[in-house]
Design a protein around this ligand. Structure first.
Ligand code: ADP
Length: 592
């Protein structure tokens, strides 16, 4: 599929043509001003110079001519980078009138960016009225961040109008995490990755098992790292202080934090190359700015390692992350405590051509260090292709069963809890063929409390798995992660107590909602293994709920049934069993 990708800002337009994951063309119109702008085009050869277009609209209008001259015909879709998707856009969206109105309504959250993005959307719809246009949101990747990462501790009325942390650069963080996993040769779902996107804007992201769990930008792209012209973290008390001391208004302070802070405020230049050059000839301000920049980034790396219980890889990207070996070294210096050691020769000699992602850690470093070019436009093209390839599902009804808390035990666990040579008694079969509930019960205990009479499900498994609800995890006093069955690495430990002994084991999870089905039913419903699908459940009390992104698990003899836990059932007003209806299109689950 041949896709045109737009990344439109108020002062520049970047665009590219992609086909089957390959970039055929890249172009930019930059620094719009009265007399025109700078342009640069690149496909088999490069061309740059001055163009007469003085604003974004004029630049977009010029794009069809550029493509025609370069012989780039046959477009099939247009993708747009959209800065802010709010809480509603967790995935790319087809740009129809309703989606455009919804993006426009988010303007208060991104007053500079969303309007510029929408100028491009509207003009592109006029220029290519027959092509599907898809929005890919900078915020969407971070909508998986848990409440503890997104919530500011402020009054309810403030939070009700939408004050929360979002995070940006999502497309870049997602791309480099995938690229790093590919380079390491392990599924993304097995890795804890910290990515540092260090460009003119800069942000850090904690990606646990492929899912963003925290990022350094907040409500706006101001929070977090030191940037070219943006301050990053500042005590919000600064607003009152500056108002009293200097008589500044809120718009004045805000404008300065966006446009005249960061490296620019500290050194006079927003460009890291200048700052490094000045530092090298002894400029003390430039040296201090470099130290501050690296220190802030290193602090976030440490924080995100703590947030994920460790890190398997640190990834550098963005103009500074890709090009400044000395900044990478400064950030990594002092991270030996978490098992990260840089190889200084590898760090100094990287080559990123052809989307390479070289590893630059020293031999024996527990944490890999990887550098790679960010490829936001490529990632947008991929997401556009995936969005347009979505398959509609049939609105079929499936039974929904509620799983109470239970454990699956290993043979060793049975012996530890019930005594050597003990065999569990099969009390009753379950609906999934070959599965049964045992007559025996155990207790599980955490630092805060104990849950009695917990069911044991057979058959035995290689590793014990303890499935509780979120409410149970509070009763236990242990923060259990949401996981697919069998994904137990790095899960918290809990104490199991049986009649003959006790056992401390990892494997405590809140089971991710899922649908068991067999190949015949899957085909009937239009589903495939590992699809993610939304299911609407109507509760008996008339409330009902739509469960988003239920994982489809196809196995030959499975009985078709969706499993949710007791918290989910209570929220939907279900007791025992209910019926759910498949909704909307399926999403193929991202793989490593
Ligand atoms: P944007 O966020 O606008 O896409 P980039 O990712 O291109 O920006 O990053 C721009 C930053 O990268 C600038 O601060 C620039 O100085 C810095 N940079 C580019 N090349 C180098 C280099 N060789 N050494 C240090 N910094 C560099």
């Amino acid at each position: 599929m041949r896709i045109l990708v737009f990344n439109a800002g108020s002062s520049s337009l970047k665009f590219g043509i992609f086909e089957n994951d390959k970039q055929l063309f890249k172009g930019s119109f930059d620094r719009f001003r009265d007399g025109g702008c700078d342009y640069a085009f690149h496909d088999t050869d490069s061309e740059k110079g001055h163009a007469p277009h003085a604003d974004l609209a004029a630049a977009i209008a010029a794009v069809p001519g550029v493509l025609r001259r370069r012989g780039l015909a046959g477009l099939q879709a247009v993708g747009h980078r959209i800065a802010h998707g709010g809480q509603g856009f967790a995935a790319p969206a087809l740009l129809d009138d309703a989606a455009i109105a919804a993006i426009e309504a988010l303007t208060p959250l991104a007053p500079l960016h969303n309007p510029a993005n929408l100028v491009a959307v509207r003009l592109a719809r006029g220029l290519w009225p027959d092509l599907p246009q898809v929005a890919v949101f900078d915020t969407a990747f971070h909508l998986t961040n848990p409440g503890r990462a997104t919530t500011y501790a402020v009054p309810t009325s403030w939070r009700q109008v939408g004050l929360r942390r979002f995070g940006f650069h999502g497309t870049s963080h997602k791309y480099v995490a995938h690229r790093a996993a590919e380079e390491i040769g392990q599924p993304l779902a097995d890795l804890r990755i910290i990515s540092l996107h260090l460009g003119n804007g800069a942000s850090a992201c904690a990606i646990q098992r492929g899912i963003s769990i925290d990022s350094s930008m907040g409500l706006t792209p101001l929070e977090g790292l030191v940037m070219g012209t943006r301050s990053g973290d500042v005590d919000p008390g600064a607003f009152g202080f500056l108002h009293r001391q200097l008589g500044l208004t809120i718009p004045q302070i805000e404008n300065t934090l966006y446009n005249d802070s960061g490296l620019k405020a500290l050194t006079g230049s927003a460009d890291m190359r200048d700052v490094e050059d000045r530092a090298a000839v002894g400029n003390a301000d430039a040296q201090a700015a470099i130290n501050l920049y690296a220190y802030r980034a290193r602090k976030y790396v440490g924080a995100y390692a703590a947030a994920m219980g460790g890190a398997d890889a640190l990834v550098f990207t963005g103009g500074i992350g890709e090009n400044s070996a000395s900044m990478r070294r400064r950030i990594c210096d002092g991270l030996g405590f978490m098992g990260l050691e840089l190889d200084h020769d590898l760090n100094a000699g990287i080559n990123l051509k052809g989307r390479a992602a070289p590893q630059i850690q020293s031999y024996g470093s527990r944490v890999r260090v990887i550098v790679t070019e960010t490829a936001e436009q490529l990632m947008i093209a991929r997401e556009v292709a995936q969005t347009l390839a979505r398959r509609p599902v049939k609105p079929i009804h499936i039974p929904v069963a509620v799983s109470g808390r239970h454990v699956h035990l290993s043979a060793q666990a049975v012996e530890a809890l019930f005594g050597p040579g003990y065999h569990l008694t099969q009390a009753a079969p379950l609906r999934q063929p070959g599965n049964w509930v045992a007559a025996e019960r155990i207790a599980i205990e955490g630092p805060k409390g104990r849950l009695e009479h917990v069911a044991i499900l057979g058959p035995l498994r290689p590793r014990s798995q303890i499935e509780v609800s979120r409410t149970d995890s509070f009763a236990l006093g242990i923060d259990a992660p949401v996981r697919d069955s069998g994904q137990l690495d790095g899960t918290p430990r809990v104490r199991l107590i049986g009649p003959a002994g006790q056992l401390d084991t990892d494997g405590l999870i809140v089971a991710a909602r899922h649908i068991h089905t067999n190949p015949q039913d899957a085909a009937r419903m239009g589903l495939e293994d590992a699809d993610l699908v939304d299911v609407e459940v109507l509760g008996r009390d008339g409330r009902g709920l739509t469960f988003a992104r239920c994982l489809v698990r196809v196995s030959p003899a499975a009985f078709t049934e969706m499993h949710i836990d007791t918290d989910e059932a209570n929220a939907a007003g279900i007791s025992g069993t209910a019926e759910g209806e498949l909704l909307r299109d399926v999403e193929a689950r991202p793989t490593g």
